[in-house]
Design a protein around this ligand. Sequence first.
Ligand code: MG
Length: 255
Amino acid sequence: MRHFATFLMFLSAIAAFAQPHVVAHRGYWRTEGSAQNSIASLRKAAEAGCWGSEFDVWLTADGVPVVFHDGTLEGIRIEDTTYATLMNHCLKNGEFIPTLQQYLQEALRLPDIRLIFEIKPHRNAKRDAAISELSVELVNMLGLASRTDYISFSKHVCKRLHELDPDAKIAYLSGDLSPQEIKDMGLTGIDYNTGVFDKHPDWPMEAKKLGLEVNVWTVDGEEALTRFAKMPGIDIITTNDPATLIKINKELDGK
Ligand code: MG
């Protein structure tokens, strides 16, 4: 009987160890008064108790880093327009498109949430470098480096970020590099689509053995969230449905 109790404790320890961190994809936007990549979505992710909140960053033609997902807005390419022109548009909750500085200043008021900072692949290596440099400068200037995880689909961006701040946490998104290749580039994590882990089920544990962090995107719905929450080697789940994942984590934790 005592052995059985020990066994149960062992199982619950594994379960506790396996709880993935919850990252709100583009902030917590599927809730009243919010919108993707809005300042409200960052605040609401923090209020919901998310571990981190993800957001996307572009550089405008006149050199202003802005928080927005798509490369275009009503036919206008973000990289080809000025910030003043973007001010003619509002997000679905009525906010203006935030500048990176405005967004990060809100983050200063929310000390418990991590920033999952995605830099979009820009038109060329020069612009990839420019947005990487501005991002690191601003994050460091505001004292947010220890709370920031950079992510990008662009190898240029990941490499430049690593050169700029060798201590920064940087994960690659595209899914075409093995954990060993990521380690060799000096990056700290993989942040891959669910399909990549379905194709390479050994990569999460392979990454863990190399000391890399493992994030999976974008996992939605109770069934998929539960499957990835139980998957060995997954550290972080990025979801549009953070409240459901928080609930699943509590159930798996036996609370
Ligand atoms: Mg993103």
